[in-house]
Design a protein around this ligand. Structure first.
Ligand SMILES: O=C(O)CCC(=O)C(=O)O
Ligand SMILES: [Fe+2]
Length: 342
């Protein structure tokens, strides 16, 4: 199992000009008017400065998150052919299992194959993408043909809705921070066109990283949508690009959610909010064995409802000439970005 991670920085990250503060969301949800205002301001401020924050007391219980991680591990433990039968098929649907054959990565023995994998710097991960239920023509790819699969399906359906609700609350805080009516974004969040991604990074030979300084568990990228809720286990490896162009570790802080802004929110905010590059590399601790431990994370990608038009928010420009981007339909934007990735 994982070696002991370094002590959690309860104060978040402050390095190379990058701040990722820990923000107590209960002060927004249940605090008096002045703590509500100051919490909303602090959240917006973090999104404007680094595009990242850790949210504590989010309202999602640690037990709920633990159950999701247990179910996720059970899913990825299924035989490869069962997972392949649930394969991701097309960007318009964006649902299903995305393999990077872990056999290929962790059990490759053919030197030519290993060389090819290293040269191409693949993501050493497998994922399951779960979209909103009830979308005509885009069913989720559930393993609900056996009892464990039925339980998994139930847990993930419920978690999708739990996270949808947090997205609504989170955008209410951003609205208050921006001086809008609290429910300003509700008409963009109520449909819940969001995607739940379960991620599994299989254990990896230490030599993969030693032999190739470019090796990654997940390559550097920014997220596409509005906001990402990222639940990570204690293993570590997430890094965020600092203003000084260095990679800074976003060390796991227990019982918090890493929340970052995506490209569509940056665009919507006329670039007053940052969508910052991040990646996943090997954990900070050197294990005694020759393998880095496996890592699990769960990302919930929030988007403005797909039928909404996204154009510069009020207050983010002085005159129309200051609007950096034309208006765009949320769903089309996302589909275009996904089509370019897969
Ligand atoms: O696994 C992680 O910690 C990050 C994953 C991520 O950034 C993504 O899937 O977009
Ligand atoms: Fe990401």
């Amino acid at each position: 199992m994982a070696s002991t991670p370094p002590p959690a920085p309860a104060t978040g990250v402050e390095e190379d000009g990058l701040s990722i503060p820990v923000i107590d969301f209960s002060l927004f949800l249940h605090g008096d008017e002045s703590s509500k205002q100051s919490t909303a301001k602090a959240m917006l401020n973090a999104f404007q400065k680094s595009g990242f924050l850790y949210l504590s007391n989010s309202g999602i219980s640690p037990e709920t998150v633990k159950t999701v991680f247990i179910q996720s591990a059970k899913f990825f433990d299924r035989p490869e052919e069962e997972k392949d039968a649930l394969a991701w098929d097309r960007p318009e649907s964006n649902r299903g299992y995305v393999a990077f054959g872990r056999e290929k990565v962790t059990q490759a023995t053919d030197p030519e194959e290993i060389k090819r994998l290293r040269a191409s710097n693949p993501d050493y991960k497998e994922t399951l993408e779960i979209g909103r239920e009830g979308v005509e023509g885009s069913p989720n790819h559930w393993p609900d043909y056996d009892e464990p699969g039925k339980e998994f399906t139930k847990v993930m359906k419920a978690f999708h809705l739990t996270c949808k609700n947090l997205h609504i609350q989170f955008m209410r805080a951003i609205a208050v921070g921006m001086g809008f009516p609290e429910t300003f974004f509700d008409e963009y969040t109520k449909g819940g066109d969001n995607n739940l991604r379960l991620l599994h990074y299989p254990q990896l030979l230490k030599s993969v990283f030693k032999d190739n300084t470019e090796a990654v568990r997940a390559g550097h990228h920014s997220d596409y949508g509005s906001v990402t809720l990222l639940f990570q286990d204690a293993v570590g490896g997430l890094e965020v690009k600092s203003p000084q162009n260095t990679w800074v570790r976003a060390t796991p802080v227990p019982d918090t959610i890493v929340i970052n802004a995506g490209d569509l929110l940056a665009r919507w905010s006329n670039d007053t909010i940052k969508s910052t590059n991040h990646r996943v590399v090997q954990p900070p601790c050197e294990p005694e064995s020759d393998m880095y431990p496996e890592r699990y994370s769960v990302a919930y990608f929030c988007n403005p409802d797909f039928d909404k038009l996204i154009e510069a928010l009020p207050g983010t420009y002085a005159t129309d000439a200051d609007k950096k981007y034309p208006a765009i339909n949320s769903g089309n934007y996302l589909t275009q970005r996904l089509a370019a990735t897969y």
